[in-house]
Every structure is written in structure tokens, then in C-alpha cells.
Design a protein. Sequence first.
Length: 357
Amino acid sequence: MRVYNFSAGPSMLFEDVLKEAQSSFLDYEGSGMSVTEMSHRAKVYDGIHTECLALFTELMKVPEDYQVLLLQGGASQQFDAIPLNLLTNGKADYVVTGNFANLAYKQAKKYGDIRLAASSEDKTYTYIPKVTKDSFRKDASYVHITSNNTIFGTRWKEFPETDAPLVADVSSEILSREIDVSKFGLLYAGAQKNISAAGLTVVIVRKDLIGHELPICPTMLAYKTQADKNSLYNTPPAFSIYIAMLTLRHLKKMGGISAINKINEEKAALLYDFIDNSTLFKNYVNKEDRSIMNVPFVTGSEELDAKFVKEAAANGLVSIKGHRLVGGMRASIYNAMPVEGVKKLIEFMKKFELENK
Ligand SMILES: *Cc1c(COP(=O)(O)O)cnc(C)c1O
């Protein structure tokens, strides 16, 4: 029996995608082998690689002066790669809105003059700080934000205006809503939340920002290394790229990102509405900054929270325990979580609320 998996990552994939991967696992398109076994220089693999890049470009409406890179190392590796590639004048500004944002900020500090431009730590990251162009240094090499905060359940609904190129970690919301790529210098995401299996990291970078890496930048972290070789400088995470291609095909068939966004808004509204009217469950995030991907909530009692997590799992609603930093529960309702999964969760929450008054 398939469960509804509310994990923050790795997380659910579309069932169609899994079935397609399963049916061609032993013999991909008459090659007589699995994608996990084939040479990344083979023509049959090239079809996957090329289609994956083309679909990213099409669905995210990536402008011509940007390049999509298919990398490894996770979003965490980009916490170093970004300063190593972009810190051309030694200064960058960071907005810290959660745990991953803070990690990105801390890593960057090794490489230059890194300024904390704004933070929401004062209220345990339950809101997105208000910033203006003046919040950032005009001569910064870039400004870094985390567009959706996976652990605390906030998101930047509107993105800040900046003079410097804006860089965003979009790991937990890529492909879930329309993002105007032209507003950014660089976007990056680990694949295991909304794209594919773990192992792939997608970077979308404005071409003029490629090739200015610091002298100490390792070859494998320099964007130019992979940009010059169409992300085939070395062996790519081929299977994860294949699953990404299938996910992108699926999204295209559904009507693209605007179509999935409507469904995501609907799912999030159902869940937040229920929580806001509940006498037991609470979400502490500033309403206008609420994420539509990660919904944290608590009962106010640690014992009840633990009981909820346990009973939810017994009912096929798994991995709903909150991050160890915040406790409570968190429902990650990424693209592949069907509306029925959210409805099932709400039904279960209602029942739990009645039984635990
Ligand atoms: C999951 C996550 C990360 C870490 O991703 P890895 O691929 O495991 O390195 C970083 N940033 C955000 C916003 C995330 O949600």
C-alpha cells in the first residue's frame, strides 16, 4: 500500500513518474539496459540529458541569457559554490530567515565581507523581514535569500528589489509556483523535494556571472567547468536527471507551473483554514508569509504531538514529525502530494481533535 508521505525531503514523487521509471527500468527504450547502467556519453543518455534541460528551460521560462546546470553536491554544496563563484568584489549581503539560510550565511563568511542584511531570528523565523533596496549594499557582489524556508514554513511571496544580482535557494519550492527567472542572478535547488531523487542539484545562472570564480575555487565547484561542457564535464547523476525529466514531462502534461501552482494554493488553503479554525492545532507563522509547501503546526503539548505523529503514521500519513529544531508536526505538501492526501490529513486531524479534547 502506498502511503501519503509528508516528508520534507526526500519526498513524494508523482505516481506516474514512478510507474514509468519502473516499466523501463530493465530496458530503457530498447537499449537493453537501465538508465543506471548506461554511459553518460551514449546517444540514448544524451536524449534524457537534453530533454531534461529543455523542459526546465521551457517550464520555468528561462531567458536566453541564462544557463541551466545539472550538478551534484546538494543545495548545501552551493552554500560554498556561490561565494566561490560570485564574490567578485569580496562583499555579499544575506537575509537569514531560517536554518538553511543561516548555514548559507555562515559558509559564505569564510570567503569575504559577508553582511547580515536582515534576519527573522528574533521571532524564531516565523516571518519574512521587510526589506527595501536600501537594506542592501549597492556594491555587494550579490544578495542571498532562501525563498521558501522548509523548517519554519515561511516563504518570500514577493522577492526583494536589489541593485546587486539576487541569488535564491529555491530547494523547497522550485516548480511549485511561477518565478520570474530574469529577476535573479542565480537560482539553485536540491532535487529531492520537488524535482527528482536525491543526487541532482539544479542551478540556473545568468551567463555573465559564469567564469569569475575566485582563484581558490575548486574546479568541480566552478560553474564554468560544467557550463562549458553542458553539465557533462564528468559523470552526471544520470538516474536523478532521468527522474527529473519524467517529473517535468508530467508537469508539462498537467499544464505547466501555473496549473500545479493552483493546486498547491488549494491544498495549502485547505490545511491552513482547518488549522486556523481548530481548537487544538496551531500554526505560528505570520499569515502573509506562510509557505504553501511546508506547513508546521503544534498542539501545544509534546505528548499530544508525539501521539499525533504515531497515530497518523498508523493511518498511512507518514513522516509528519516536525524538524528537531522546532518540534511539533510539519506537513510538507510538495507538488506530488495529491489533494486527496491533504484531505485525508485534515480528516485525521479532525478525528484526533475530537478524541483528544
Ligand atoms: C533541503 C534544503 C537544503 C539542503 O539540501 P541538500 O540538497 O540536502 O544539501 C538547503 N536549502 C533548503 C531551502 C532546503 O529545503
